[in-house]
Design a protein around this ligand. Structure first.
Ligand SMILES: [Zn+2]
Length: 317
C-alpha cells in the first residue's frame, strides 16, 4: 500500500448505484451515482457494474492514484465466501459470480458483500455504533433486515442469510409476509407494512396511499387511527428487537433505513417498549444510524480494504 492508494466502492440498489473512490484513511476522493435500470435484465446490470467500476479505477489512475481493491455491495442473498450474487428480487440476480467477473475485468482483488451487512459494518466501525464492539444494525424500509457486527466483522451465516430479523415471527395471526408466512416482523412494522395497515384501517377515506412517515406525523399530531397503527408497529418492532437482544446481547442497536428518519417519533416510544421487555437482559443503547445512504458505499470500501489486509480506516477517520 502506498500513500496514493484508493479502493473502488459500489453500492448497487434496485434503482441506483452509489459509487466512490475511498482512501484507506477514510477520505472519499470521488463519488458518482448511476441508474441501475434493473428492467434491462441482470446481464445488462452486471455490464454497468463492471463499466462503472472500471471507469472509477481509470479515473483514479488518471488522477495519479493507485486502485488497490474493489468492494461491491448488492441486495438479496449473497454468498460472500464465493463472491456470488445468489438471488435478488429487485435487481434480478440469479447466481451471478460478480466477484470473479470483476477480478477478470479489472485485475484487482474484489470483495462482494450484502448491502445491509456492509451498511452495518460501516455504522459499527465508522458511524453510530463506533467504539461499542457489539452492534446490531437494523435497516427498516420496504423490508426489515439486520447485521450483527462483532469487533468490526459482520456475521454472514452458513448460507449467506444471517440477519433476516424481518422474518422473526411476532404475530402468529398477523398479515401474510412477502416470504409467504403470516406474522413476520416485516409484515407488521416495515415502512411498507405501516402504510398498508393505515390504508386498510382508514378504509374508503384513504384515497392516496399514506407513507409511514406521514403516519408518524399524523400520530404525533394526535390522530387516533395513526396513533394506533404507529403504536402497533412500535410494539412489533420492540418484540423483534427483544428477540435480537436475547440472541446477541449487543451494546448498541443502530436503526437505519427510511423509517429511522422518523427520529425521536420512532426512537422514544421504541426505547420505552424495548425497556418493558427486558427481564434479565442487559438493555442495549438504541440509536439512529449516522451515515445515511452513504453507509452501503463506505461498507463496500471497508470490505475492499479488509480483502487486502488494510484495517486502519476506522482508526484514522
Ligand atoms: Zn417473512
Amino acid at each position: 500500500m502506498t500513500d496514493d492508494s484508493v479502493v473502488v466502492a459500489l453500492d448497487v440498489g434496485g434503482t441506483g448505484m452509489k459509487c466512490a473512490l475511498v482512501r484507506p484513511d477514510g477520505v472519499v476522493v470521488r463519488t458518482e451515482r448511476h441508474p441501475t435500470d434493473a428492467a434491462r435484465g441482470p446481464a445488462a446490470v452486471v455490464g454497468t457494474i463492471l463499466d462503472v467500476a472500471g471507469g472509477l479505477a481509470d479515473k483514479a489512475r488518471a488522477d495519479g492514484l493507485t486502485p488497490i481493491a474493489v468492494g461491491i455491495a448488492v441486495p438479496g442473498v449473497v454468498d460472500e465466501a464465493r463472491g456470488v450474487a445468489v438471488w435478488s428480487a429487485n435487481v434480478g440476480f440469479r447466481d451471478v459470480p460478480l466477484r470473479d467477473l470483476t477480478v477478470t475485468r479489472l485485475g484487482l482483488p474484489t470483495a462482494l458483500g450484502h448491502d445491509v451487512r456492509v451498511g452495518g459494518l460501516a455504522e459499527a466501525r465508522l458511524g453510530a455504533g463506533r467504539g461499542t464492539g457489539h452492534v446490531l444494525f437494523v435497516a427498516i424500509g420496504t423490508g426489515i433486515a439486520a447485521a450483527h457486527v462483532v469487533d468490526g466483522m459482520a456475521a454472514v451465516g452458513a448460507h449467506g442469510a444471517a440477519g433476516e430479523i424481518g422474518h422473526i415471527l411476532v404475530r402468529p395471526d398477523g398479515p401474510r409476509c412477502g416470504c409467504g408466512r403470516p406474522g413476520c416482523l416485516e409484515a407488521m412494522a416495515s415502512a411498507a407494512a405501516i402504510g398498508r395497515r393505515y390504508a386498510e384501517l382508514a378504509g374508503e377515506t384513504a384515497d392516496v396511499p399514506v407513507t409511514a412517515a406521514e403516519v408518524a406525523e399524523r400520530a404525533a399530531a394526535g390522530e387516533p387511527l395513526a396513533g394506533q397503527v404507529w403504536q402497533e408497529a412500535i410494539e412489533a418492532l420492540a418484540d423483534g428487537l427483544a428477540s435480537g437482544q436475547a440472541l446477541f446481547d449487543v451494546a448498541t442497536i443502530v436503526l437505519g433505513g427510511g423509517l429511522a428518519q422518523a427520529g425521536d417519533r420512532l426512537l422514544k416510544p421504541l426505547r420505552a417498549a424495548l425497556h418493558e421487555r427486558m427481564t434479565f437482559h442487559r438493555e442495549p443503547q438504541l440509536v439512529a444510524a449516522a451515515l445515511g445512504d452513504e453507509a452501503g458505499c463506505l461498507g463496500a470500501a471497508l470490505l475492499a480494504l479488509d480483502t487486502v489486509g488494510v484495517r486502519d480506516l476506522q482508526e484514522k477517520r
